[in-house]
Design a protein around this ligand. Sequence first.
Ligand SMILES: Cc1cc2nc3c(=O)[nH]c(=O)nc-3n(C[C@H](O)[C@H](O)[C@H](O)COP(=O)(O)OP(=O)(O)OC[C@H]3O[C@@H](n4cnc5c(N)ncnc54)[C@H](O)[C@@H]3O)c2cc1C
Ligand code: FES
Length: 255
Amino acid sequence: MELSQVLGTRSLGGNLFITRFRSPNIAFAVLPGQFVMVSFEGVLDPLLPRAFSVCDVSGEDVFLFYAAIGKGTRMMSELRAGDMVTMNGPLGRGFPDVSAGKMVWIVVGGSGMAVVPLLARRLNRRDAKFEIFSGARTESHLVHFDGISTRDATDDGSKGYHGTVVDLIKESFQKDKPDKLFACGPTRMLEAVQSEFGGTVPTYLSVEAPMACGMGFCQGCPIRIAGGEGYYLACKDGPVFRSDEIDFGMGGDSE
Ligand SMILES: Cc1cc2nc3c(=O)[nH]c(=O)nc-3n(C[C@H](O)[C@H](O)[C@H](O)COP(=O)(O)OP(=O)(O)OC[C@H]3O[C@@H](n4cnc5c(N)ncnc54)[C@H](O)[C@@H]3O)c2cc1C
Ligand code: FES
């Protein structure tokens, strides 16, 4: 748990924001795909902390990228330099390592793009190769970060490939295949990635489930274990799972 000072919040257009925090312990320890739980100092509503993937780090600073969709995220977007929050993390299990020279395809939808900058930094450091496939309903919903190039797909064809990002990958698979596939985005996209590619290449999915504690205490984030009885907890056992470990029959968001 770390009391973290806000250094600034930047709008990326629409309801998308990046907030920068001074949070040295988390910046030092975090691995790509791990997350933090953020609580607002002296605030009773929302009472529960909110979960965010660590988007990037720079020195002692942590960047969170988010869509302001409800009370907590709107409050985040109004944070200004000097404000304080409590950040618990880094939490959960992130993406697996990729060896030098291996190719990973990263599939993202919507605010799933949050995992990409830190992941790209790690893959570059490992001399691994990667391509990012980004999908959205329409061009205005595509997320781009400076210096990170993406192959885009839009449902309405307004930018890049005309179709879903899963269709784009399916087409790309006819020419080439990666050594690993990573995916982060809405549950519907993860389910499609799992069923289309899970049996073809090692595939890892970063799931989103409503989280109250982020540490395995409240049992509020169950994800069914594939082919068996019982549940994993998305916060403690995930949020990144190998595709064949989980069954989306229960848990996760319903987008
Ligand atoms: C491990 C993890 C990492 C995440 N990383 C990011 C991130 O990097 N950037 C980002 O923008 N968001 C991320 N989220 C989602 C983020 O936690 C929720 O958007 C946030 O909690 C909403 O809080 P709120 O108070 O603004 O909205 P609320 O008022 O609580 O909810 C607004 C709407 O969002 C839905 N919702 C709330 N939480 C979730 C959730 N976890 N999954 C799906 N739907 C939800 C609610 O059902 C409701 O419809 C992550 C979630 C998890 C579990
Ligand atoms: S969020 Fe509490 S157990 Fe997962």
